[in-house]
Design a protein around this ligand. Structure first.
Ligand code: GDP
Length: 296
């Protein structure tokens, strides 16, 4: 279990450890530091509040009172709660469907959907020995369709053509039909993003969802997104039954606090982390490991 703590936090822990028992006031001191660390990591404010309330309840409960090392017990509770909030351990991709298993990619423009689609294609080929087809439903940006074509070729998967004059739902039906006829195991469907949430975008992706009946609906979100992550996540989660989250750009400076926000708002497990611009920069997300990073 990761326990990378800020210096301040460690000092507080030592201080508390020297005391006979946990009191309301030394818990409050420590939680103030945890709260600061979470806000610095850009975890959304309401999520921080809930988190602190849960830790406080646990800390003042049975588990810590009477503990021989109350400081360590507190740190353990903070880490456990962080990992639990982010989904506990590793959560694998679900491919349990009559082939082709359809994976629908959702998210804002720039979140990393197209890149992640290709990374996932590569991951499925290499790690799961699957035959993978990709298709783009982004009829607004011909460049996005071309981008998917290019990266799909790099990933060693097959790309199904689509054009801007088609309706996304028709593209989806044609790709699904092709995938069935040619015995693909997985169909990855990239979708149009917008710079911000809008009704038309949501209606379109809902329509795609009902046509495709995907086994996985993955919400792709940029880890560098701060407080805004919560609004985006809520909009997508209200529109679609999300089955997982991909947190991209974790190779950046961000402490990845968006993981907590997005996980709490959607209730969906974080399945993958994007760790570079390259096609091999995709890993199964490990909540326990990520807990340490968020605390800083
Ligand atoms: P889309 O609009 O959601 O399809 O986003 P793109 O896939 O086009 O990605 C937007 C930008 O983010 C591109 O420059 C990608 O190379 C970059 N990107 C995507 N994922 C990652 C990642 O995990 N790490 C880094 N460093 N860059 C990424």
């Amino acid at each position: 279990m990761a326990s990378a703590l800020t210096d301040k936090l460690s000092r507080l822990v030592k201080h508390i450890s020297g005391q006979a028992r946990i009191t309301e006031s030394n818990v409050a001191d420590m939680l103030r530091e945890v709260r600061m660390a979470l806000l610095e990591a850009d975890v959304a404010l309401p999520v921080v509040r809930d988190f602190i309330a849960r830790v406080k309840e646990k800390a003042l409960g049975q588990e810590v009172i009477g503990s021989l090392q109350p400081g360590q017990a507190l740190v353990a509770i903070v880490n456990q709660e962080l990992a639990a909030t982010m989904g506990e351990g590793v959560s694998d991709l679900n491919l349990a469907a009559q082939p082709p298993a359809v994976i629908l990619m959702a998210g804002l423009q720039g979140a990393g959907k197209t890149t992640t689609t290709a990374k996932l294609a590569r991951w499925l080929i290499n790690q799961r020995k699957k035959k993978v087809l990709t298709v783009s439903g982004d009829v607004y940006r011909p460049a996005a369709i071309e981008q998917l074509k290019t990266v799909t070729a790099q990933a060693g998967a097959e790309w199904f053509p689509s054009t801007p004059d088609q309706k996304p739902a028709d593209i989806a039906r044609a790709a699904l039909d092709y995938a069935r006829k040619h015995y693909f195991d997985v169909l990855l469907v990239d979708t149009a993003g917008r710079l911000a949430i809008d009704e038309a975008l949501m209606a379109e992706i809902k329509d795609l969802h009902s046509v495709l009946n995907p086994v996985e609906t993955l919400f792709v979100v940029d880890a560098m997104q701060g407080q805004d992550a919560i609004n985006t996540a809520k909009a997508f989660s209200d529109a679609l039954p999300l089955t997982g989250i991909v947190l991209t750009k974790l190779d950046g400076d961000s402490r990845g606090g968006a993981a907590l926000s997005v996980r709490q708002i959607t209730g969906a497990p974080i399945k993958f982390a994007g760790t570079s611009e390259k096609l091999d920069g995709l890993e199964l997300f490990d909540a326990n490991r990520h807990a340490g990073r968020v605390l800083g």
